[in-house]
Design a protein around this ligand. Structure first.
Ligand code: SF4
Ligand code: SF4
Length: 254
């Protein structure tokens, strides 16, 4: 096997080779081969992890799963994610339901389309500032992602990719991780570029995809103390929020 400097020198070619697979991608998490967007992303991430084991994101950090960092999920991603949630052991499912009720119940209405986000000191926030330290993804359990293999696109990409915005390349990760890379690694350090992966997801989603923040999808599938057997790809999220917040056991609205 080539040594680390040589592998780092060749890594751009490997990323380019993976990006060339994207026009042939046909599914999200189904076939787990080169026709599968998640599989191609996983190959890019694994290469990056192998050649840059020192990146901050490699330390088991879960900060991305907390506070304002709520993944936005489309129905094509939920279709893959939900069977994974439903297949978790009952105790884990019930913990996720409790977390969804206790953490997200009081603020679920703030995630609805057109209502999500407010300005605070020039920064766009999703969850109230005073709750930011305690709020986390309902699927984060015992300090780990409970659905890691089926986690959504945003969770797979954040911390692992660079992105091009109007021709300028930037790192797609938190400010600490970006700063660490910029201060520790050479300026030509290569990461896979996210843009063609986003374009592939958008093409697979088709026109007018159903998109919502992850806690809304979860609330739409909760029945009593557990999850529903049925996966719904077009929930009425307004009705979901009303029903969820009116359920006994859900703390009152924030
Ligand atoms: S991007 Fe930042 S917050 Fe997310 S895993 Fe990496 S170091 Fe942690
Ligand atoms: S789905 Fe998993 S990785 Fe994504 S925010 Fe939730 S706990 Fe974190």
């Amino acid at each position: 096997m080539p040594d680390l400097p040589e592998r780092r020198a060749n890594v751009s070619q490997a990323y380019d080779g993976l990006a060339r697979l994207l026009p042939g991608v046909q599914n999200v998490g189904d076939s787990w081969d080169e026709k599968d967007l998640y599989w191609v992303m996983e190959q890019a991430t694994q290469i990056s992890q192998a050649v840059h084991p020192e990146f901050l994101c490699r330390s088991g950090c879960t900060t991305c799963c907390r506070g304002d960092s709520i993944p936005i999920v489309s129905s094509i991603e939920w279709r893959r994610l939900y069977p994974h949630i439903y297949g978790l052991p009952e105790g884990m499912r019930r913990l996720i339901v409790r977390q969804a009720r206790e953490i997200w119940g009081p603020i679920l209405h703030m995630l609805l389309k057109g209502k999500a986000g407010y300005e605070d000191d020039g920064r766009l926030r999703i969850v109230p500032k005073e709750l930011e330290a305690t709020v986390h993804c309902p699927l984060l359990a015992y300090g780990k992602c409970s659905v890691y293999l089926a986690r959504p696109f945003q969770c797979r990409s954040f911390g692992n990719f660079a992105q091009s915005k109007k021709g300028d390349m930037s790192l797609y990760m938190c400010s600490q991780a970006s700063q660490h890379i910029e201060e520790t690694f050479p300026a030509d350090t290569a990461l896979p570029v996210l843009n063609p992966y986003i374009m592939t997801l958008v093409a697979l989603e088709g026109a007018n995809p159903v998109v919502a923040m992850l806690p809304l999808w979860i609330a739409a599938h909760i029945e009593g103390p557990d999850f529903s057997q049925t996966c719904t790809l077009e929930p009425d999220f307004e009705a979901v929020v009303k029903r969820f917040q009116a359920t006994p056991g859900t703390p009152s609205k924030h």
